[in-house]
Design a protein around this ligand. Structure first.
Ligand SMILES: Cc1cc2nc3c(=O)[nH]c(=O)nc-3n(C[C@H](O)[C@H](O)[C@H](O)COP(=O)(O)OP(=O)(O)OC[C@H]3O[C@@H](n4cnc5c(N)ncnc54)[C@H](O)[C@@H]3O)c2cc1C
Length: 427
């Protein structure tokens, strides 16, 4: 990793004060060495500390440098592929278990925010917006599916009703999930890091793990130090590179871009999103947006397979924003940035063990704000010897992308083009 400063995002510009954390120099001994200080690593660290483990976190850049400090901030329940796909992929017992967990991540976030008094502009309410009839029928079955797993805070909306919550003419209806919502993602990560430290956990920044010696007594090496641990949790997600080659073959980093307007007038903001819900549409390559705490529109969309950084993000995303909200044509864009999430072929998380003492969770494929918080809890349970829920995830099958390292990017882009075309044609 060459550049370890935060991107010039709205989130970095409005981050709560945080201490400068030292790089690791010398040797330390710990129970668990966590690699990566995004939500997966921080949530794991918090649950482990609460269970009495000694925890050391190594972060290559800064807390929340990766997707956790750059994302759309949308608290979206369930997984990037829904429970019906899981039901078809695995046996009924495993599907039941995973279905029951699908709404837990959002609750964990709210508990963390309350327990550690994290200032991150938390708001309740998320909307899934349908552009086509097929998408609306899908939402109707999604509601029934989620209700089967006990998730009841849902409301289907017709065209008239959705216009009451979002001033966009594209939608024919949608679904409101009151246990969805939104947060300032970097401030959530910074608050969780402070919570980790308040419980005695240690976080080293600018301390990339560059090698792992596996075996009964594993050691993680950084440029200037090493950590001896009983367990290692690999939580580097799309920024991990090739540290663990077995993981790289079955996942692919992808970029997605976000822009942020200048602050809108109170009147304009309350016309666009009167209840301050966040919105994502139901397209395969979806647009997602919401208001910030200071009433800017934060709008994301698009995917760059293979995670090359686009030269002009505003030129890609602003037209999408204006298609949804032509009324913003004179509004200035103050920030534009890109970030990487990790895609798997199934779009379900890639979870498992390497030997007895190295655990990993990654690849939640675009919807990871809630899952990563759940992952931390499930990883901590596994390290405590209660691995039933961890094993439900670890049992999900994963396959390499067709085409190998060389052709996986163009082939996946081709697949996405096909699904985008189907969205456009309403199939
Ligand atoms: C632009 C964007 C918008 C998104 N919007 C949403 C959204 O609105 N809702 C939603 O649910 N999901 C969204 N996502 C996905 C979500 O943000 C991610 O799934 C989630 O944050 C992943 O968390 P993580 O901790 O697993 O990974 P990350 O947050 O990427 O953290 C990994 C960390 O590991 C560090 N690291 C990597 N390698 C090493 C190493 N060798 N040594 C030490 N440290 C290392 C990195 O520097 C990084 O800080 C979005 C993603 C992006 C990029």
């Amino acid at each position: 990793m060459t550049n370890t400063a935060y991107p010039q995002s709205y989130y970095a510009a409005s981050a709560n004060p945080a201490p400068a954390r030292p790089a690791l120099h010398g040797e330390v001994e710990t129970d668990v060495c966590v690699i990566g200080a995004g939500y997966t690593g921080l949530s794991s660290a918090l649950f482990l500390l609460e269970s009495g483990f000694k925890v050391t976190v190594l972060e290559a850049a800064k807390v929340g440098f990766g997707a956790s400090g750059r994302n759309g901030g949308q608290i979206v329940n369930s997984y990037s592929r829904d429970i019906d796909v899981i039901e078809r992929t695995v046996g009924p017992q495993q599907a039941q278990l995973m279905g029951r967990m699908a709404f837990e991540g959002g609750r964990i976030i709210r508990e963390r925010v309350a327990q550690y008094q994290i200032q991150c502009d938390l708001k309740d309410g998320g909307v899934f917006a349908a552009i086509t009839g097929k998408q609306m029928s899908h939402l109707e079955s999604q509601k029934k599916l989620w209700e089967r797993y006990g998730h009841t805070q849902l409301e289907l909306m017709d065209q008239r009703r959705i216009r009451e919550v979002v001033a966009c003419d594209q939608y024919i209806g949608g679904m409101l999930d009151m246990s969805g919502g939104h947060i300032h993602p970097l401030n959530l990560a910074l608050g969780e890091a402070a919570a980790v430290e308040s419980l005695g956990g240690v976080i080293y920044e600018q301390s990339a793990a560059i090698r792992i010696d596996r075996g009964a007594n594993p050691v993680v090496y950084t440029e200037h130090g090493k950590v001896r641990a009983k367990f290692i949790i690999v939580a580097g997600n799309a920024y991990l590179g090739n540290l663990v080659p077995e993981l790289a073959a079955k996942s692919m980093p992808c970029g997605t871009q976000v822009i942020t307007t200048e602050p809108l007038s109170e009147e304009l903001a309350s016309t666009l999103l009167p209840q301050d819900y966040c919105v994502e549409d139901c397209n395969y390559l979806l647009d997602y947006y919401r208001l910030s705490g200071d009433k800017r529109l934060i709008f994301g969309g698009g995917v760059v397979y293979g995670a090359r950084d686009p030269a002009n993000i505003e030129a890609i995303i602003r037209p999408k924003m204006l298609k949804a909200f032509p009324q913003l044509k004179d509004v200035k864009i103050d920030y534009a940035w890109t970030g990487n999430f990790l895609l798997t072929l199934s779009r379900l998380p890639q979870v498992g063990r390497l030997g007895d003492n190295i655990y990993y969770s990654q690849g939640c494929s675009g919807h990871g704000v809630t899952y990563t918080h759940l992952a931390g809890k499930v990883l901590a349970e596994a390290l405590r010897g209660q691995a039933e829920r961890f094993d439900a995830f670890a049992g999900l099958p994963h396959y390499p992308f067709p085409g190998g390292q060389l052709l996986r990017t163009p082939l996946t882009a081709l697949g996405a083009w096909y699904y985008t075309l189907r969205d456009k044609l309403g199939f």
